[in-house]
Design a protein around this ligand. Structure first.
Ligand code: PDD
Length: 276
C-alpha cells in the first residue's frame, strides 16, 4: 500500500510516526474521510476546503496548497488502484517535546491512505436503530478534530445496546449522530440542526441540502427536541461512508410506522443519482 507522507507517496513501511507527534499525544490535529466511487473522488474540493478550515481554526497551516494536495491525493488513489473506497487524510501539529502550548517552528505532519469502504446496503434498505446518548463533547464540534473520545464513547454505547448509531442530545435538543448528521421529517418538512459550533457541517449534509433545494421539498435548518422525535414521521442520518440511512427506531421506540419513510426513500435515490 502507498501512503501519502508529507508530499511523497511511500510504502507503508517507510512511515514512521514519532513518539512526540502532537496528534499522538494531544489529539492535536484534524482529519477528513473522503469517498471514492469508480476510481473518482466525490466532493473532493469541499472536503479539502473543510480540512483547511479545520486546520486554520486550530491555528495550523497546511504545508502546501490545496491544489497540490488535490493532485497528490488523486495520485494516491491511482497508485493504490482504489475503485470503490475512501481516503483518510490527517494533519497534526507535528513533533515537539511535550508541552501543552503550541511549539514554535514545528512542521505539521500530513498523512493520507486508502480505507476500504462498503456501502451499508442492508441498513440503507431496512433502516437502523439509534441509541440516545447525552452529547458531552466540547463546544467546537464544527472542527473535524482528532479529539474523538466523546464520539467514540457514544458509538460504543450504541453498539453495546445493539444500535447502529448514537444520536446525541444536549439539553433536550438533538445535535447529530456520533459520526453522522441527523434529520427529522414532520408534516412534509425536513428539519436538521443548523451548522453551528454544536455539529460538524457534513459534506453529505451540504450535498443533500442542494438536492432538497433543487427538488420540491421543504427544509428548515432548525434543531429538534427529543419530544419532537417521538412524534416524527421519518428520520434519517447521513455521512460520507453511509450516504443516506433511514432511522426507524430510537431507544426501542418506533419512528413513524417503523419503516423507512417516503421522503427518506426519495432523497436516497436522488443522492445515488448524484454519484452514479
Ligand atoms: N464522520 N458529524 C460527525 C460528528 C462526523 O464525524 C461526520 C463524519 C459527519 C458527517 O460528515 P460528512 O458528511 O462530511 O462525512 C457528521 C466521518 C465519516 C468519520 O469520522 O469517519
Amino acid at each position: 500500500m502507498k501512503i501519502l507522507y508529507e508530499d511523497q507517496l511511500v510504502d507503508r513501511d517507510h512511515v514512521k510516526i514519532d513518539l512526540e507527534d502532537r496528534g499522538y499525544q494531544f489529539g492535536d490535529g484534524v482529519y477528513e474521510v473522503i469517498r471514492v466511487y469508480n476510481g473518482q473522488f466525490f466532493t473532493l474540493r469541499e472536503h479539502l476546503e473543510r480540512f483547511e478550515r479545520s486546520a486554520n481554526e486550530l491555528k495550523m497551516e497546511l504545508s502546501y496548497s490545496v491544489e497540490k494536495l488535490e493532485s497528490l491525493l488523486k495520485d494516491l488513489v491511482l497508485k493504490n488502484d482504489v475503485e470503490d473506497g475512501g481516503i483518510y487524510l490527517q494533519l497534526t501539529r507535528g513533533i515537539s517535546p511535550r508541552q501543552h502550548n503550541f511549539p514554535v517552528g514545528t512542521k505539521t505532519m500530513l498523512t493520507a491512505y486508502p480505507l476500504p469502504s462498503r456501502r451499508p446496503e442492508k441498513e440503507q434498505l431496512h433502516g437502523v436503530k439509534v441509541k440516545l446518548v447525552e452529547d458531552v463533547r466540547w463546544l467546537r464540534c464544527d472542527i473535524k478534530s482528532l479529539n474523538l473520545l466523546g464520539n467514540v464513547m457514544a458509538k460504543q454505547e450504541a453498539k453495546e445496546n445493539g444500535a447502529f448509531e448514537a444520536l446525541l442530545h444536549r439539553n433536550g435538543t438533538i445535535t447529530e449522530g456520533s459520526s453522522t448528521n441527523f434529520y427529522l421529517v414532520k408534516d412534509g418538512v425536513i428539519y436538521t440542526h443548523p451548522a453551528t459550533n454544536l455539529i460538524l457541517n457534513g459534506i453529505t449534509r451540504l450535498k443533500l441540502m442542494e438536492i432538497i433545494k433543487e427538488g420540491s421539498f421543504k427544509l428548515e435548518e432548525k434543531s429538534v427536541t427529543l419530544e419532537d422525535l417521538k412524534n416524527a414521521d421519518e428520520a434519517f442520518i447521513t455521512s460520507t461512508t453511509i450516504e443516506v440511512v433511514p432511522v426507524v427506531e430510537a431507544d426501542n421506540t418506533m419512528i413513524g410506522n417503523g419503516e423507512p419513510g417516503p421522503i427518506t426513500r426519495k432523497l436516497q435515490s436522488l443522492f445515488l443519482g448524484k454519484i452514479e
